[in-house]
Design a protein around this ligand. Structure first.
Ligand code: PNS
Length: 164
């Protein structure tokens, strides 16, 4: 009997960046199935609606041919409850540096305390060290060049949303 090994790549994805897509692609090598969970972060105000974020991710996954990855929106849910419901064995997140580690560690410890689910950290690709959704939004808002850091589709969506 074979067991499907499933992980989740959770995040706000407002919007998805090339850094996110790199982690998702690498998680798909390690696991049979990957769930990209678009979740609410109460500390962050959204530029795109959860459904808009999902549409952007779906389009990128289709372009990348990542057939074992599915993206879903979960509103007002704990990540650990999503994991339990979907039979997800691990949370996979990327770390760009120490600041990410300080931010991610308490969540990883809390998620393990709540349900036993483990978090695995992948080192972020150095090519995307400066890439965060927040920074992409800020640079796009003032017309800066973020090509090579987000996909052309996401770049266009940011331009359309941010520029007058
Ligand atoms: O991309 P982000 O904003 O760093 O992702 C953070 C996110 C959305 C993964 C986190 O806030 C989260 O898991 N939210 C869902 C609610 C939850 O489970 N909160 C407790 C975390 S210990």
């Amino acid at each position: 009997m074979s067991i499907t090994r499933r992980c989740v790549c959770p995040g706000s994805y407002d919007p998805v960046t090339l850094g996110h897509l790199d982690i998702i692609r690498r998680a798909a090598v390690l696991y049979d199935e990957v769930v990209v969970a678009v979740l609410h972060n109460p500390a962050k105000e959204g530029l795109f609606t959860p459904q808009e974020r999902l549409q952007l991710i779906d389009a990128e996954l289709a372009d990348a041919g990542l057939s074992t990855v599915q993206a879903l929106v979960f509103e007002n849910r704990l990540l650990v409850d999503v994991c339990a419901e979907m039979g997800i064995g691990a949370i996979v997140k990327g770390l760009r540096g120490e600041t990410d580690y300080s931010y991610e560690l308490p969540m990883a410890v809390m998620n393990r305390r709540l349900s036993g689910v483990e978090t695995l950290f992948l080192p972020g690709d150095p090519a995307y060290t400066e890439v965060s959704s927040s920074l992409m939004k800020e640079v796009a808002r003032f017309g800066g060049d973020i090509s090579g850091l987000v996909t052309p589709r996401v770049h266009e969506a940011l331009r359309a949303r941010c520029l007058p």
